[in-house]
Ligand binder design. Structure first.
Ligand code: AHR
Length: 498
């Protein structure tokens, strides 16, 4: 079984915006409380944040983190989370039926993100609040001093502005589950007026309008068109969200879902360009895939959660090896669309559908999905090549002609390295991948990392955190000027050339 990948130095898709390796922390479950923040933990620093967790975030080189939601943001009063901690109100949090203590808010999170080396993508509440609260938050975060909100920030102990550059205009406003959900027309008008005011406060910021919560939403397509018709000249990105699951245990179909993700991206890009044409605009709207992941393992458990508890175990998916393959495929899909997708956030980062898990008072460990995310974030920066791939194909329940080899190549920022990411979706056969490189001069294989497992349902747990870990055991080598590698059945591969 063989597949061929043809690369040419001059055939490129586009530059990788490092923000496609972003992630997401929501005030949900144990993401904040008991995740990144646990003042009584032995690894906690002076500010109450766990250093061991921050170290793992740094290892991932997460460039930007979306905050504070998610569904949470649509009921959030940001003012509750600033100022003296003992004066902050406890609130019923309606989207996840929990109690929010507000012990962590904007300033604490900004301090933590800085320590973890990440910028922030801040979401404003367009569910229960609106333009006024949003423009005040921009002033609080970004205005240097001498105004009510900036001076209040200084009074709260933060002399320097946080300078947050990327902002989300609400979250999933099309979803009936959203606090204060809206029709496309209602949201489009509100987003437009909010965008104008936020940019008047700080013209340097960039704004993300809410697209659909998923391509399966009944209003998908029309939602994007209406929202952009209302906001086009005032926003910079439109959002996409998707989660995949394998509840029916059909691995072939599960792995093929990346085709759905690719079609979703293409459809949203086309809708943006339709509005561009209608408006005779020169501006191109970029895509922010600001929620994506596998999510389904915890659904059953989550139905049993007691209402109104603080930081319950919620959305704590324990990821398997096969989930890591899907996450790898999704990363490849994002890279293949690097010309249009400029921001993407793996949802989420700690404990809640996350690559990093923690035990309260105990250890932190890396889930299976940590590894493809790590490899792409660390080695997948530079220029994406437009590769031609000829691969054996298969059909699954919902997809036809699914290429067994899903792969993409990235030339590093210094032009010295090429990294090929590849997944073999064939459930039985190893496939020999023959990579033809044109115009690159001479090179050798420096590493062929593989993530593989004899058990597709294997996972990493507190007791066995290193059950699924990558190795350097790949056999890629240069033969007659081409790279040849055995891409094992159901494996994630990172082939590095120099
Ligand atoms: O990431 C979990 C939830 O998924 C987010 O709060 C919401 O935006 C989406 O539905």
């Amino acid at each position: 079984n063989t597949a061929k990948m043809i690369l040419n130095k001059d055939y490129v898709v586009g530059e990788v915006d490092k923000r496609i390796y972003g992630s997401f922390i929501e005030h949900l479950g144990r993401a904040v409380y008991g995740g990144i923040f646990e003042p009584n933990h032995p690894a906690a620093g002076k500010t109450g944040f766990r250093r061991d967790v921050a170290e793992m975030v740094k290892e991932l080189q997460v460039p930007i983190i979306r905050y504070p939601g998610g569904n949470f943001v649509s009921g959030y009063n940001w003012e509750d989370g600033v100022g003296p901690v003992d004066k902050r109100p406890k609130r019923t949090e309606l989207s996840w039926a929990a109690i929010e203590t507000n012990a962590v808010g904007t300033n604490e999170f900004c301090t933590w993100a800085k320590e973890a080396g990440a910028d922030i993508m801040m979401a404003v509440n367009l569910g229960t609040r609106g333009a006024d609260a949003a423009r005040n938050l921009v002033e609080y975060c970004n205005h240097p001093e001498g105004t009510y909100w900036s001076d209040l920030r200084k009074l709260h102990g933060y002399a320097k502005p946080h300078n947050i550059k990327t902002w989300c205009l609400g979250n999933e406003m099309d979803g009936p589950w959203q606090i204060g959900a809206k029709t496309a027309q209602e949201y489009g008008r509100l987003a437009c007026e909010t965008a104008k005011m936020m940019k008047w406060v700080d013209p340097e910021i960039e704004l993300v309008a809410c697209g659909s919560s998923g391509s399966g939403m009944p209003t998908f397509g029309q939602w994007e068109a209406t929202v952009l018709e209302n906001t086009y000249e005032h926003v910079d990105y439109i959002s996409l969200h998707t989660y995949y699951g394998n509840a029916d245990n059909d691995i072939k179909n599960f792995l093929a879902r990346t085709l759905d993700m690719d079609a979703f991206i293409k459809a949203v890009a086309a809708t943006c360009d339709y509005v561009k044409a209608k408006k005779h605009s020169k501006k191109k709207i970029k895509l922010s895939f600001d929620e994506w992941n596998v999510w389904f393992h915890s659904n059953e458990e989550d139905r049993k959660i007691e209402r109104w508890s603080v930081a319950p175990r919620q959305l704590e998916d324990v990821y398997t090896f096969e989930d890591a393959l899907v996450v790898g495929g999704m990363l490849i899909t994002l890279l293949k669309n690097a010309d249009r997708v400029k921001i993407a956030c793996l949802a989420q980062l700690v404990n809640v559908i996350a690559p990093i898990m923690t035990e309260n008072g105990g250890s932190a460990w890396r889930q299976t999905i940590f590894y493809p995310y790590l490899h792409a974030s660390v080695f997948g920066r530079g220029t994406v090549l437009n590769s031609i791939i000829k691969s054996p194909k298969y059909d699954s329940r919902d997809f036809t002609d699914v290429p067994c080899i899903d792969a993409v190549a990235v030339v590093s920022e210094d032009n010295k390295e090429i990294t090929i990411f590849a997944v073999n979706k064939d459930t039985e056969e190893d496939i020999t991948l023959d990579i033809e490189l044109n115009g690159f001069g001479t090179f050798g294989v420096t590493k062929h990392i593989i993530l593989e497992s004899s058990d597709i349902k294997a996972s990493n747990t507190k007791e066995n955190p290193n059950n699924v870990v990558p190795s350097d055991n790949g056999n890629a080598s240069v033969e007659d000027g081409n790279v040849k590698a055995s891409i094992k059945s159901l494996s994630w591969n990172v082939i590095r050339l120099r």
